[in-house]
Design a protein around this ligand. Structure first.
Ligand code: A3P
Length: 287
């Protein structure tokens, strides 16, 4: 499990490229505000997509920040090195993202009324997306073959640990109505409908025309050409889009092109076993 690419934080492997002792200390001391909106994702579940749609939803449909500020500074990761540099520049209400499990959130999160949007994605598609990301990102370990990578993924020997642990941690009943659960697949199927749910959850409204613009701007093909969102600003020796673009396929069900029947059965059995004592249900359970 030890690798030069990661630091260990409470048993989790975090990429050194974007996390260090200072950034994690900043995270722990962060003053979460009541009107903050925090998007929580397990990596490769739609984080960048939320960084695209949340600012205009919170700021009257204004797309300026989406067109002028890179996604990592526009809606920063609370735990990453950029956070301390940009957090004070965010317009209120602030939008931020995190991959952290619930129990590692900073103390002020638990005493605040900050709202949380949890985006889950079919773990089979998460693992496929992550496999390709490991190939293009020089700061992550080489994934090995797809079958080898799936073994690591299921064992939690990947950055931010096990998918099932992450999902379970954020089902904490203490969160009450502070949390909205959505899925990547629902966004693929009906982005406008999901955005309406988010607006409703946040107690905000947008005109129908403004919402149309947010939906249009958040479409995969349009994000792919937005240099503030497609990671083309990152040097090629760090993220090589020729190996695999960051915004790769943007579909639900790509796992069917990668999993053998045997691997699929193994993957399903492990996930089912780890969720069996919970009442967590997902739209992809019957696939
Ligand atoms: P794929 O690799 O399956 O294409 P994250 O931002 O959490 O790292 O997640 C990245 C995944 O979200 C990638 O999945 C990426 O293509 C997908 N994604 C980002 N924006 C999207 C959009 N507008 N529509 C569909 N998928 C999107």
């Amino acid at each position: 499990m030890r690798s030069v690419n990661y630091i260990e934080y409470h048993g989790l492997m975090l990429p050194k490229e974007s996390h260090n002792a200072d950034s994690l200390q900043y995270f722990e001391k962060l003053s979460v505000m009541d009107n903050d909106v925090i998007v929580i994702t397990y990596p490769k579940s739609g984080t960048t997509w939320m960084q695209e749609i949340l600012p205009p939803l919170l700021h009257g449909g204004d797309l300026t920040t989406v067109q002028t500020i890179p996604n990592w500074d526009r809606v920063p990761w609370m735990e990453e090195t950029r956070a301390s540099l940009v957090m004070d520049k965010l317009h209120s209400p602030r939008a931020m993202v995190s991959h952290m499990p619930y129990h590692l959130m900073p103390p002020t999160f638990f005493t605040s009324k900050a709202k949380v949007i949890y985006v889950a994605r079919n773990p089979k598609d998460v693992s496929v997306s992550s496999f390709h990301f490991h190939k293009m990102a020089s700061f992550l370990d080489d994934p090995g073959s797809f079958e080898e990578f799936i073994d690591k993924f299921l064992a939690g020997n990947v950055f931010f640990g096990k998918w099932t642990d992450h999902v379970k941690s954020w089902r904490n009943p203490d969160l009450g109505d502070r949390i909205l659960y959505i899925t990547y697949e629902e966004m693929i199927q009906d982005l406008r409908g999901v955005l309406e749910r988010i607006l409703n959850f946040l107690g905000r409204q947008l005109s129908s025309e403004a919402l149309d613009c947010v939906v249009n701007n958040g479409m995969f093909k349009n994000m792919k050409t937005n240099s503030m969102s497609n990671y083309s600003l990152v040097p090629e020796d760090i993220m090589n889009s020729k190996t695999s673009p960051f915004l790769r396929k943007g579909i639900a069900g790509d796992w069917k092109n990668h999993f053998s029947a045997e691997l699929n059965a193994k993957f399903t059995a492990v996930i089912q076993e780890e969720l069996k004592d919970t009442n967590i249900k997902f739209p992809w359970d019957e696939e």
